[in-house]
Ligand binder design. Sequence first.
Ligand SMILES: NC(=O)c1ccc[n+]([C@@H]2O[C@H](COP(=O)([O-])OP(=O)(O)OC[C@H]3O[C@@H](n4cnc5c(N)ncnc54)[C@H](O)[C@@H]3O)[C@@H](O)[C@H]2O)c1
Length: 449
Amino acid sequence: MTNSMGDADISQLEFLKRVQDRSLTVGVVGLGYVGLPLVRTFVASGFRTMGFDVDPSKVERLLAGDSYIGHIPSSWIADCVADGKFIPTPDMARLSEADALLICVPTPLTAENEPDLSFIRSTGQQIAKTLRAGQLVVLESTTYPGTTRDVLLPILESSGRTVGRDFFLAYSPEREDPGNREFETARIPKVVGGIDDTSLRLAQELYHSAVERVVPVSSCEAAEACKMLENTYRAVNIALVNELKVIFDRMKIDVWEVIDAAATKPFGFQPFYPGPGLGGHCLPIDPFYLSWIARRHGAESRFIELAGKINTGMPRYVADRLEAALLESGKTLAGSRICILGIAYKRDVDDPRESPSFELIDILRGRGAEISYNDPHIPRLPQMRRHDVPPLMSTPLTAEYLSHMDCVLIVTDHSSYDYDFIARHAPIIVDTRNATRAVVCKHARIYRA
Ligand SMILES: NC(=O)c1ccc[n+]([C@@H]2O[C@H](COP(=O)([O-])OP(=O)(O)OC[C@H]3O[C@@H](n4cnc5c(N)ncnc54)[C@H](O)[C@@H]3O)[C@@H](O)[C@H]2O)c1
């Protein structure tokens, strides 16, 4: 039996057989920081994997064997595109060619800080146009509990197909940790919830063939809530240590020393570290998804809101500390030359999304400072929706440049930085990451913030 696109419909048993003998075609929709590593995982497990993206420039780069994500080598892309193991395409009419479609599109916030599900909706509409019998659709994008059933399912069923009979639907949160070499996608346990038992079984078998461990839960909502718990847990605990940093600093106690000492407790304590504020696509955004859905259920999310308040106040705290550090050397912030070290939201990645460095640039420029920056992963400052970003290029970290600065502000502790060299030439360092803990050269005045 074939559908209107000429693609063969497959039964559940046939789906499982194809997973086993690797003749199943996987399709990943959204080839960003999450989707591309996921493609890699399925290709590595022996599946022909299609990659769909609405951004034609990404697809062109992939077809040319050129990676745009630091930890995915271009040579790997060139090889598996040439072998036909990875088929990148912007052509959504080809969505019907994949037996399983894994959705990894963005889930940002609207201008009102509410969930923006427009990417999930448009992907659902694209899939609905070509949906064929036997296809499994799995949403991986981070979102609030209820999205798969209440938002995606009706769009897919608008095709006239019925879930559990004609096609299958599950949710499995992505837990990618960019830059973490210890835990690549295949090594991170995959939580899966299905709309029904068959959907769960198919999704479980598919992931089981590519990742080390699959953790089934009773529903899509439980899987969606699991991701919300994980990220809220991090956001709240980071807020706690950020608040302790401010308190301990007043008491002249080094919060990083305290955390390291507490982390020697072999049970009941997990270390979290303070910083300049939250960044990345997840932690600054996901708690808003949860508090939004909580409100719709008439519930309050006080912890989340307090954590958000503390974390978003961190850039201002850092800027105040920097201003005080300059004053101790008889300088004012207005007119001072400040080097921002690290723009990416975390160590060793090239992702600037929601990075607190942009907020810091806004605040420091607003107080009259002259800003320049260095980030080996970000050669030029990108434009950001919520910030007025100056058109700057990364300045090489030479002795002349550093000694010409009034202060170096460490926002992101990339491992390629030579902190001894920096401390030998910069007059003042404000360190938000405890990156200078092992520095022996004491030329620079170093302040933790
Ligand atoms: N980046 C992370 O570390 C991380 C970790 C865990 C979960 N997540 C979640 O995973 C999801 C994806 O995040 P990301 O960081 O990979 O985003 P990203 O912006 O890097 O990539 C998303 C890709 O989807 C494409 N896209 C948008 N609409 C599309 C459509 N209709 N059809 C096909 N492609 C489309 C975009 O062009 C882009 O290339 C988000 O929900 C995010 O919260 C991200």
